[in-house]
Design a protein around this ligand. Structure first.
Ligand SMILES: [Zn+2]
Ligand SMILES: [Zn+2]
Length: 99
């Protein structure tokens, strides 16, 4: 076993113990791949700047992209934050009605 292999295994195990977020999966070549699995509190939101409404959005593309970047860069424990803000439909209607 190479040093790299051992290091990655230790890291995966540490991550699992730490936050329950690191997941070890096997691909067809029985190589270990490390997949960042977002926790239940990890969501991205569309936030209304007028009323403060926050709506969870589907961010699978962002998760996949972040994972690819992490893997190709060799960085560990890569995190990201992403927030979308704007004016919600209700506020748009209110704004339209007010003018
Ligand atoms: Zn609003
Ligand atoms: Zn995310």
């Amino acid at each position: 076993m190479s040093t790299v292999y051992r290091t990655q295994t230790a890291r995966a195990e540490a991550g699992r113990a730490e936050a329950g977020r690191a997941d070890v999966v096997r691909d067809g070549n029985a190589e270990r791949l490390f997949r960042y699995r977002p926790g239940p509190d990890h969501r991205h939101y569309l936030i209304c700047t007028r009323c403060g409404l926050s709506q969870a959005v589907d961010a699978d593309l962002v998760e996949d992209w972040a994972e690819r970047v992490a893997r190709s860069s060799g960085f560990a424990d890569v995190r990201h934050t992403l927030e979308l803000s704007g004016v919600c439909p209700d506020c748009c209607r209110r704004r339209a009605a007010a003018t």
